[in-house]
Design a protein around this ligand. Sequence first.
Ligand SMILES: [Zn+2]
Length: 221
Amino acid sequence: MSDQPFINVHTHDVTEYKGVVRIFNFLAGETSDYPKNSYYSVGLHPWFIEKHHHEDLMEKIAQWAKNKNCLAIGETGIDRQIKAPVTLQQKIFEHHLNIAGELQKPLIIHNVKAHTVISQMIKTSHFQQPVIFHGFNNNRQIAGELLSKGFYLSFGKALLNPKSNAAMILKTFPADRFFLENDDSEFDISTIYEMTASLRNQSTEELKKIVADTFNTCFLP
Ligand SMILES: [Zn+2]
């Protein structure tokens, strides 16, 4: 059991670390430095959609997404706290949904105050692959809604505050429905695991095993 890796399902750090399997989030248009020989996800982040010629970029994303090391499409989604119009964000999100649907790859979701519309769009498109809401720190009711739709949640640095929604929710969250990540934070994924293990009252080794199982189910079926 001790040879289970840490799984970092969403990170912006391109560096590879021993004992860690990670999905590097390749921000299309923002960098050309993505790992060709290890796992990544690719998408046009809502924060950057007005900065790029999105028609061209979406075509490139569709190509980058075909690589076997591209395990997911994203992060993509809707953010109600940015200037970009929600209608435009929806259009771009729909494009990602279509790419993920065609390639049958999971989606990594960036959601800010938009889980209802995101869920509705996923439902309307009859998308069948795993959907992961990353950086989850919303309330228990929203967690329950997303779980009931079959989605996965990924938890990160918010956990390190024991009073956060993330920490409260993860204590009793179903073992086969969550991931862990360090996103763009300076925290090591092992720190996120240690906090999670203590919140869930289990060993880090047990935790590594259950997250690795979920990872294999979702991303390497
Ligand atoms: Zn991110």
